[in-house]
Design a protein around this ligand. Structure first.
Ligand SMILES: Cc1cc2nc3c(=O)[nH]c(=O)nc-3n(C[C@H](O)[C@H](O)[C@H](O)COP(=O)(O)OP(=O)(O)OC[C@H]3O[C@@H](n4cnc5c(N)ncnc54)[C@H](O)[C@@H]3O)c2cc1C
Length: 362
């Protein structure tokens, strides 16, 4: 396969870079940045043109992500909306839901969070116990979610809840577009070791969701969730060159190293990281369009690579690197890379069973 960029890809890269350079401003962040992206036609390039996207496939999206990272664009808070909720609604929602939910996701008017993980249902997501019971024209939700990124800012959440109390595992789960700003919802921040609080616990006490907010069919939410998880893995895995598309990049590590006179072993580690970054990038390019397991492969490789970038930065900086430094926060966040969006062990299980045909783990 010829992985050299085509003239069209080179032109696209230039078009994206020109737009970013003309529009990026330090103080325009979050919803405002998403609004600006949408106004320029870049709000959700992977969405179909009919819904305000550009119909980009994986290689165009990889170019888009690479340029965003290279030029230091902050990840929009609306990433869960544009990257995970929107595609699930486009694939499984009805026309009224698409008209209602997609425009405010696209222009940053509404922020979304993901309400999947529970204290006893992370890797084993099918073990979730948050319940939704029908009552008149609504569902009443009780239970708890955890690790819900940006739930404190969110207007809506994509919620997985058990709607058939007698059901087991994947059956009997329903996928909802859940309104967050209501009395039955309590959001409690979780303080992380990098000092920030981007995660939350979310408690539901007789919280309500209208019946027309069910995405897909009642009891068939697992299918919708799979769409979301595939998109999540893909968007978390293509950012070789940065960590989840934000924070210091490999180029920043090289700049750091130039000023610190790395020894021979450290220079070898730098070279290995550069080679691996290119291998991950090209493997993702080659496979994402054609192989459904590519997202797991790319995520597995990119996350461990990202942790090694941070470890080498801290090694080069010595103890000072852990005190107050642009790398400190990224290093302290980096263990999350191999957990969020499905852990390294879970990706290995997926590849062992589906790519290598090994027997299922008990
Ligand atoms: C940065 C970040 C953002 C996140 N954002 C969200 C969010 O917005 N919404 C949301 O719902 N969740 C979110 N999560 C939660 C994330 O999806 C879970 O942390 C993840 O799925 C793992 O679940 P767990 O933490 O319960 O760990 P567990 O599932 O309890 O796993 C503990 C350990 O056991 C291993 N393990 C578990 N099962 C197996 C197995 N079958 N075989 C081998 N090893 C196994 C795991 O790999 C892990 O090392 C986020 C997590 C992170 C780190």
């Amino acid at each position: 396969m010829d992985l050299r960029p085509t003239p069209a890809q080179l032109a696209l890269r230039r078009e994206i870079a020109t737009w970013i350079e003309a529009n990026l401003e330090p103080r325009v962040e979050g919803r405002d940045w998403q609004r600006r992206l949408a106004a320029g036609g870049w709000g959700a390039p992977a969405w179909p043109v009919a819904h305000g996207g550009r119909g980009f496939g994986p290689s165009e999206m990889a170019i888009f992500s690479e340029e965003m990272s290279r030029l230091g664009v902050p990840r929009a808070t609306s990433q869960i909306g544009t990257g995970w909720a929107g595609p699930a609604i486009i694939a499984h929602g009805d026309e009224a839901q698409k008209r209602r939910f997609l425009p405010p996701i696209l222009d940053g008017g509404q922020i979304w969070c993901q309400l999947f993980s529970e204290p006893n249902a992370g890797s084993d997501l099918a073990g979730l116990r948050t319940s939704a019971e029908p009552r008149g024209d609504r569902w009443v939700v009780n239970g708890q979610k955890t690790w819900s990124s940006y739930a404190h800012e969110a207007d809506y959440g994509i919620l997985l809840a058990r709607t058939d109390p007698a059901s087991l595992r994947q059956a009997g789960i329903t996928f909802f577009a859940f309104p967050m700003r209501q009395p039955g919802v309590e959001v409690r921040a979780i303080r992380q070791m990098d000092g920030r609080a981007t995660f939350n616990e979310v408690f539901f006490t007789d919280a309500e969701v209208p019946e027309d907010h069910v995405i897909g069919r009642v009891g068939e939410g697992w299918r919708v969730a799979i769409t979301t998880l595939m998109n999540e893995r893909t968007s978390l895995s293509t950012g070789a060159g940065t960590l989840w598309g934000s924070g210091p990049s490999l180029e920043d590590l090289f700049s750091l190293a130039r000023g610190l006179h790395p020894d021979r072993l450290q220079r070898q580690k730098l070279a290995a990281l550069k080679i691996e970054a290119e291998a991950i990038r090209l493997t993702a390019w080659r496979m994402l369009a054609t192989n459904p397991l590519a997202a797991s492969m790319a995520k597995l490789a990119a996350d461990q690579w990202g942790q090694r970038v941070n470890e080498l930065a801290i090694e080069l900086l010595g103890m000072g690197g852990l005190v107050d430094n642009p790398w400190t926060e990224a290093f302290l966040f980096s263990p999350a890379l191999t957990i969020g969006g499905g852990t390294t062990e879970v990706q290995k299980n997926i590849l062992a069973e589906r790519a290598l045909g090994l027997p299922r783990a008990r």
